[in-house]
Design a protein around this ligand. Structure first.
Ligand code: AHR
Length: 501
């Protein structure tokens, strides 16, 4: 099977916002306790942060980490997580039916971000709490001093303001599972009022309003239209979430699941434009796709994730063991964000450690990379620069979730220094290789600077503590520059990063 691909030096989608390679960390299961924070672990530093985890996080170069939730945030009192640790209350978390010790809170998370080389993206609780608590938290974090909240931060050990630039106004408020779930009208009003006040404090803050929890929500996309009609001028992003499953064990349908994501982004892009035009506004709103991933390996249909947890402390929850098949869909999803980087300015893989995550730990034991670590890693490292328009001529197939799904999924990024073009490619075909022929008009390609391939004979192969490198990248061959065109073969069911110099 053949795939003809064309890019042109002057046909670019736009400059990618690096924040599409961000991540999410929630107080959920062992994400925090036993994940990033484990005093007593052999690698724990003076703050109790696991250095082995920090090292892998640093490697991913995630520009933002969204925190503390997630469903958790909608019944979270941020005051429980500040001040002397031995005075912090132990609370029940109603989202995941666990016990929260509050040993980690806002100040510790900011400290962890500094060590991880990332920036915090904090969520305020607009479920059980609201306007007053959100502003108090903002003032605590960002005001230099001389007010009650800022002086409390100073007293708690942070003389300098945390200077958190980006804030989520609640989480998934469209979801009936959310603590104190609201209608679009109720939420849009609150988001607007909180957003307006936060911008009075600092007009340069960037604020994210909740959009849909997934594109099958009955309220999608009317939710976004109503929320934006109410809050447009006071927010900068509308958030979208999406998770994928392969419960039916249908490989081709599973790999087609990135296609509706493209439609999802386009649709909400249209809603943004509609509201902007209706309001005769000059303000721009973009998409923050701040939760996405494969999520089903540990989930049971119709069973709530907290069932049977019985208020345990940091139990193993949502610890999906990712397989090779997931590498391919995650690669396609990242390609979608690159191709839609004109609309999507932030995207967060959900989550970062232990909970549906690229990084896994054993409490008291080692850390390892899940299979999906790799496509995320390569996109984050080499997907920075200008996203190029890519024309692809390749056979397609019809799946249940989408028609005309191309067997080749590809995104192309010209590096900031213009020296290389990175092609991220997934051959979705279950048993045929793809002969690629890339026309790079205006580029004069010299050679292949790097070719990394991820392929495995077993779609269900995973990385485990005993076999952490079972699915891992290797150096690819068989792609070269011939007469100014990039040519070669992509084996069936394979992921590729090809950097052309
Ligand atoms: O990431 C797991 C959960 O998925 C989050 O808490 C919630 O926002 C979403 O439903």
């Amino acid at each position: 099977m053949k795939a003809r691909i064309a890019v042109h030096r002057d046909f670019k989608i736009g400059t990618i916002d690096d924040r599409i390679y961000s991540a999410f960390l929630e107080h959920l299961g062992r994400a925090v306790y036993g994940g990033i924070y484990e005093p007593g672990h052999a690698t724990a530093d003076e703050d109790g942060f696991r250095d082995d985890v920090l090292e892998l996080v640093r490697g991913l170069k995630a520009p933002l980490v969204r925190y503390p939730g997630g469903n958790f945030v909608s019944n979270y009192d941020w005051l429980d997580g500040i001040g002397p640790k031995n005075e912090r209350p132990v609370r029940l978390d109603y989202a995941w039916k666990t016990t929260e010790t509050n040993e980690m809170g806002t100040d510790e998370f900011i400290r962890w971000c500094r060590k991880a080389g990332t920036e915090p993206m904090l969520a305020v609780n607009l479920g059980s709490k609201g306007f007053t608590e959100a502003l108090a938290m903002l003032e605590y974090c960002n005001h230099p001093g001389g007010s009650y909240w800022s002086d409390l931060r100073r007293k708690n050990g942070s003389a300098e303001p945390h200077n958190v630039r980006i804030w989520c106004l609640g989480n998934e408020m469209d979801g009936p599972w959310q603590m104190n779930h609201r209608t679009a009208h109720e939420y849009g009003r609150v988001a607007n009022e909180v957003g307006r006040a936060m911008k009075v404090f600092d007009p340069t803050l960037e604020l994210v309003a909740c959009g849909s929890s997934n594109h099958n929500m009955p309220t999608y996309p009317a939710w976004e239209a109503e929320v934006l009609e109410l809050a447009y001028e006071n927010v900068d992003y509308i958030s979208l979430h999406q998770y994928w499953d392969n419960w039916d064990d249908d490989y081709l349908n599973f790999l087609a699941k990135s296609v509706p994501v493209d439609r999802y982004i386009q649709t909400i892009g249209g809603v943004i434009d509609y509201v902007k035009a209706k309001k005769r506004s000059k303000h721009n709103v973009y998409i923050s796709f701040d939760e996405w991933n494969v999520w089903y390996h540990t989930r049971k249909k119709g069973v709530s994730d907290g069932d049977g947890v019985n208020w345990a402390k940091a139990p193993s929850l949502l610890e999906d063991a990712y397989n090779f098949e997931d590498v391919l869909l995650v690669g396609c999803a990242l390609n979608t964000f690159i191709r839609r980087s004109d609309r999507v300015r932030i995207a967060c893989i959900a989550q970062l450690v232990n909970v549906i995550a690229p990084i896994m730990t054993q409490t008291g034991g080692p850390v390892w990379k899940q299979t999906i670590y790799y496509p995320y890693y390569y996109a984050s490292l080499y997907g920075r620069g200008d996203a190029l328009n890519v024309a692809v001529d390749v056979p397609t197939y019809d799946a249940r979730v989408a028609d005309d799904v191309p067997y080749l999924d590809v995104a192309a990024v010209r590096s900031r220094d213009g020296g290389t073009v990175a092609f991220f490619m997934v051959n979705r075909h279950p048993d045929e290789a793809l002969a690629i022929d890339i026309d790079m008009a205006g580029f004069a390609p010299k050679g292949i600077a790097e070719h990394v391939l991820i392929a495995h004979p077993d779609l269900k192969a995973t990385n485990t503590v005993a076999n952490p490198d079972h699915v891992s990248p290797r150096i690819g061959d068989g792609i070269s520059v011939i007469d100014g065109r990039v040519k070669g073969n992509l084996p069936p069911r394979s992921y590729h990063l090809v950097r052309v110099s």
